[in-house]
Structures are given as structure tokens and as C-alpha cells.
Design a protein around this ligand. Structure first.
Ligand code: SF4
Ligand code: SF4
Length: 357
């Protein structure tokens, strides 16, 4: 008889319990404590006495099928056949027998994967998709991540930082990514260049006008055709008009730069969550190794390691020593462009859904 397939569910995530290691399923919500026996390994102990070891390894996030098969084969052979991916593209294997931990780590490292990323390490840099499947990037975030993680591999493997460091990259200035202890973002530095011949055929002009956060775009007739114009004095070069209107080309090999922001923190464990602040701008977007941006990130990490107290996150360290001292420590110039406390944003930012012509 032909196999009966289930009716596909077109929306929502599947029930995660079916993929959980049986020891985790059994002890869900009943963990007593956890320990960190070595970098890359966590041990959870349940109230009933069950133990489970989690081994974490970094991956390149955008995984080809051969690498995925290799990772799954390792899971089948050494880790009871259970894996899960973290939001920072790490793979985690769960084992209920301590004797399986060492062979699992050896198998992963033997295949070139790096075990680490736990406790006070530099976690895997999270990144957005870049050229792979997005239509608006100004750079390929995955390439920046690869180049930086190659140089930070020992910080991922070790536990040498005062506290955990989350680094993020994003390949445009407006959508996903951002908000890490250190964030590397694209920075456009000139207004969009409009291809007036294409606007009427490609763009829905009211949507484009509405996208601009500073109301710098107006409809216009150019060469007898409906088009758009930009008030360049108002434009903040954010790139938000490019997604709904590709003829408003903003990417540029010379003028699309990188910027580095620090001090973002989602956690409210010891204080309120914090926004990140700009500390370096106009950094060359220089593939394939991005040496200028990497050098600044390494300088910030080094100063943090030297200067912060145990358990201080980057934002807490900077708050304690003050921003002037931070700029001295990391040898970055401080300019008037670094100051933006969003006072006045209510008047200057487009906070309504009204279309302005
Ligand atoms: S950061 Fe921007 S360009 Fe990159 S994937 Fe997200 S929306 Fe697309
Ligand atoms: S959306 Fe951004 S880049 Fe486009 S015109 Fe407005 S401020 Fe300039």
C-alpha cells in the first residue's frame, strides 16, 4: 500500500519536543543546576539525578548539504542522533554518557569544526544573509564574519574574556542584525543615485516616499516621465528607499563603508538593556579579508579584556570608565558625529504613517 503522508502544515514551527534528546524531554523544566566542565561543553544536572552534556561547535551558518550530512553523521555515531542549531549558527550535540564527550569532540575537531563558544568566550558572530538571498545588502555579511572569525578563533575556543561577547554583523543599514556588544554594520555615505528611466516602470512611488524616515523624497516629473527626487540636504543615506525602488541605487564600491557600534545588550540580568553607540565610521568595506574593520574589533576586545572587571559586559565596562576613556583605550578618534542621544528625534524622524508630498 502506498505510504500515507501527513497533510503539510503551511505555517508555524513544528513541535520542538519531538526532536529533543529523551533525557532533555524527560527533565524539561526540572533542571537543578548546570556546570561548565571545559570550553565548548555544558553539563546540566536534573533534580532526579539525570545528567546531560552539551557539546557546541561553530559552523559557517550557510551550510552546504555535504557539510550538513557530515555533521549529522557525527551526531548519529557519537551523540545519540540528536542535534540542534543555536541562533548564532552553532551546532549542539547532547549526550547522556560522559564517556561519549571526548570522542565526540575529537570527531568534530578531526573534521575541522571548532568546539567552543560557551561561557566567557567571544560567541560566533551572528550575521545576516548578504548576497545569498536578500535584495538590499551593501556588503556580504557572511564574508566579514568569516574573515573576522578566522582571526578570533582562539577567543571562540577559550574563555579569556571578562564576560560573554556577542558580535553581530548586518549587510544593510536598516533591517536585521545589529544590537550586540560589538556590531559591524554597513554605512552608506552618499544619497541614492536615481535611474529616472526605470522609476515609473519599477517603483510604487507612494511606498517609496513613505519609506524615507526624514521625508526627503518627493514625486517629480523627469524627462517627461513620472519619477522621484531626493532632497540631498535632508537625506541621511540610510538606504531605506532602495528595497522598494531598486533604481534608487545606493550601493557603491567607494562610498558604502562599514561602521562599528559597541555596548548593545539585550540582557537585563544586572541592569537595563542598552542601545549600542557608534564608535568608528567610514571604515573601508574591503573584501576579501576586511583588515581595517577586523583590526578595530580586535583592539576593542583587547582593551576590554585588559580593562574590564570579571563579569562586566562591554557596556558595563564603558559605563564605569566613561566614554572619553574608552576612546583613549581603543585609540579611536572621537568626533561630533559620534554624538546622537536621539533628543529631537520626535520632530526630525518620520514617525507617522502619513505619506508626505
Ligand atoms: S541586514 Fe539588510 S541586506 Fe542583510 S539580510 Fe538583513 S535586510 Fe537583507
Ligand atoms: S530613504 Fe534614506 S537614503 Fe533614501 S532618500 Fe530617505 S534618507 Fe535618503
Amino acid at each position: 500500500m502506498a505510504q500515507q503522508h501527513r497533510t503539510p502544515i503551511e505555517s508555524g514551527a513544528p513541535d520542538g519536543f519531538q526532536y529533543m534528546h529523551p533525557v532533555m524531554r524527560k527533565n524539561f523544566g526540572m533542571w537543578k543546576y548546570h556546570e561548565h566542565p571545559r570550553p565548548g561543553v555544558l553539563l546540566h544536572v536534573a533534580h532526579g539525578g539525570d545528567k546531560i552534556w552539551t557539546v557546541k561547535a561553530g559552523t559557517q551558518r550557510i551550510l552546504d548539504v555535504f557539510t550538513l550530512r557530515k555533521l549529522c553523521d557525527i551526531g548519529d555515531k557519537y551523540a545519540d542522533g540528536y542535534v540542534r542549531f543555536t541562533i548564532r549558527s552553532n551546532i549542539e550535540y547532547m549526550v547522556a554518557d560522559e564517556a561519549q564527550v571526548e570522542p565526540l569532540i575529537n570527531a568534530l575537531e578531526g573534521e575541522g569544526f571548532v568546539v567552543g563558544g560557551t561561557k566567557n568566550s567571544v560567541a560566533m558572530i551572528s550575521h545576516t544573509q548578504g548576497w545569498l538571498h536578500c535584495d538590499i545588502p551593501g556588503t556580504d555579511a557572511s564574508g566579514v564574519v568569516k574573515a573576522m572569525m578566522d582571526e578570533l578563533i582562539d577567543e571562540f575556543r577559550g574563555n579569556n574574556m571578562p564576560n560573554r561577547v556577542h558580535i553581530t554583523t548586518s549587510c544593510c543599514q536598516i533591517n536585521c542584525g545589529g544590537q550586540g556588544d560589538i556590531a559591524i554594520n554597513v554605512q552608506h555615505t552618499k544619497p541614492p543615485k536615481i535611474n529616472h528611466d526605470l522609476v515609473a516602470n519599477v517603483c510604487e512611488r507612494p511606498s517609496v516616499v513613505a519609506r524615507c524616515p526624514v521625508a526627503a523624497i518627493r514625486p517629480a516629473i523627469v524627462n517627461g516621465k513620472p519619477s522621484l527626487e531626493v532632497d540631498e540636504k535632508k537625506c541621511i543615506c540610510c538606504g531605506a528607499c532602495f528595497p522598494p525602488c531598486p533604481p534608487m541605487q545606493i550601493n557603491d564600491a567607494e562610498h558604502s563603508k562599514l561602521a562599528i557600534w559597541v555596548g548593545g545588550n539585550h540582557s537585563n540580568a544586572r541592569g537595563k538593556p542598552t542601545f549600542q553607540k557608534l564608535v568608528a565610521a567610514g571604515i573601508p568595506n574591503n573584501p576579501p579579508r576586511w583588515p581595517e574593520a577586523t583590526a578595530i574589533v580586535k583592539r576593542i576586545l583587547e582593551a576590554y579584556r585588559e580593562g574590564a572587571r570579571d563579569w562586566e559586559r562591554i557596556n558595563e565596562w564603558i559605563e564605569r570608565i566613561g566614554w572619553p576613556r574608552f576612546f583613549e583605550e581603543v585609540e579611536l578618534p572621537f568626533t561630533k558625529y559620534h554624538i546622537d542621544n536621539w533628543r529631537g528625534a520626535r520632530a526630525s524622524l518620520n514617525a507617522s504613517t502619513h505619506i508626505r508630498f
